[in-house]
Design a binder for this molecule. Sequence first.
Ligand code: ATP
Ligand code: MG
Length: 262
Amino acid sequence: MSDYESVPAEVDRETEIPADHPRYEDLVSRHRIEAGVEQGITHLQGMHAEGRGSAFDYLLGEETIPTADDAERAAAAQLLLADHPVLSVNGNVAALVPGEIVELADATGAKIEVNLFNRTPERMRRIADHLRGHGADEVLGLEADARIPGLDHERRKVDADGIAAADVVLVPLEDGDRAEALAELDKTEIVVDLNPLSRSPQVAAIPIVDNIIRAIPNMTDHARDLGGADRATLREIVDSFDREEALAAAEKRIRSGDLAGE
Ligand code: ATP
Ligand code: MG
């Protein structure tokens, strides 16, 4: 029996989870979503999304596969090339990677916009405060003075100077309807989603099949690395990324069941 059988499903603080636990990242993620629900920034439904993601991550070997790293580099280049890049943040993203999103925004010059499936003024405000607490200067999404066509009610609401005006949008852990609606608006869409068969990565120009916990910091590293590159070099990185190959490689990895990462 492992020494860790005694780690409780619920811990009060993240620091109570032993860093050498074989399921460390997963336990930290679960704890962050739970804390997000308690703080009123994550909807209870977010726990379902987390469970789905965690199953796919387990099958991927809980690591950034080479094609995901390629996608993260292409995404960083695409954000650097953009005139008006926006990072869309929902309740799970805010709970899992608030500081990391702020760093990515700094490294790429992107704006941050809160965009919720289950939108309430209270949750919007709490998420914006949470992001500001992690260093964000400006958080969009509260004005909601524009609409995405083709979506119903609350999900349509965006900011005129944010997602509505964006040429490149990062939409992590997003549902398929919104990803499709944004893609139809001729925006270049970057999606982070552990399920390569989900509609969101299927419609994305750059699908990143990786855990957001690994994907965002890796995109930031790539963006910093590419900071001095000229536009032709950035364009070449974007153009040489093969989305079909990346989706196929992730699906193959998940289906092959090779957990050792060989
Ligand atoms: P649709 O079919 O419309 O895309 P869905 O059932 O996929 O809907 P959700 O469950 O809300 O809708 O989607 C959440 C997605 O986010 C899932 O595909 C899940 O694999 C993914 N996901 C969850 N947690 C993470 C994570 N930490 N990193 C990356 N992806 C994640
Ligand atoms: Mg999905």
